[in-house]
Design a protein around this ligand. Structure first.
Ligand SMILES: [Zn+2]
Length: 141
């Protein structure tokens, strides 16, 4: 990539319920792994998508920030807000909805929307379940 490079970040929040539990693990092992998260509970999630790319000298933008925010709404918010992540979201079927897994799947949903924007690529997808800690996914190693 040549030229001037910038990162854009767009942030959304949503409320959802989930449970961390594997049917094929014993009750004790589930509790050991996931602690109190083995039972239904909710979070006020904050999701941040950071896109990096070359600043187009003609438009002065990497990507229109309004568009990035729209992608977050269409690919994530509309499907998960006020839902139970284990039961109500088809694209999360069979996935243990840890913050890590959500970050990977949300990344995968957004990356396709960036294809038309040649200089832009996903840099990081952050998932915060509660203030003070978050998961950052940077794509495949
Ligand atoms: Zn939780």
């Amino acid at each position: 990539m040549t030229g001037l490079v910038a990162q854009l970040t767009s942030r959304i929040s949503f409320c959802a319920a989930h449970r961390l539990y594997r049917e094929d693990f014993s009750e004790e092992y589930n509790r050991e792994l996931y602690g109190p998260c083995t039972t239904d509970h909710g979070h006020n999630y904050v999701i941040e998508a950071t896109v990096s790319g070359r600043i187009d000298p003609e438009t002065g933008m990497v990507l229109n920030l309004v568009q990035l925010e729209r992608f977050l709404h269409e690919e994530i918010f509309e499907h998960v807000d006020h839902r139970h992540l284990n039961r109500d979201v088809p694209f999360l079927k069979g996935v243990i909805p840890t913050a890590e897994n959500l970050a990977v799947i949300f990344w995968q949903r957004l990356v396709g929307r960036l294809v038309p924007f040649k200089g832009a690529r996903m840099h990081c997808l952050r998932v915060q379940e509660m203030p003070g800690s978050e998961v950052c996914y940077f794509g495949e190693a």
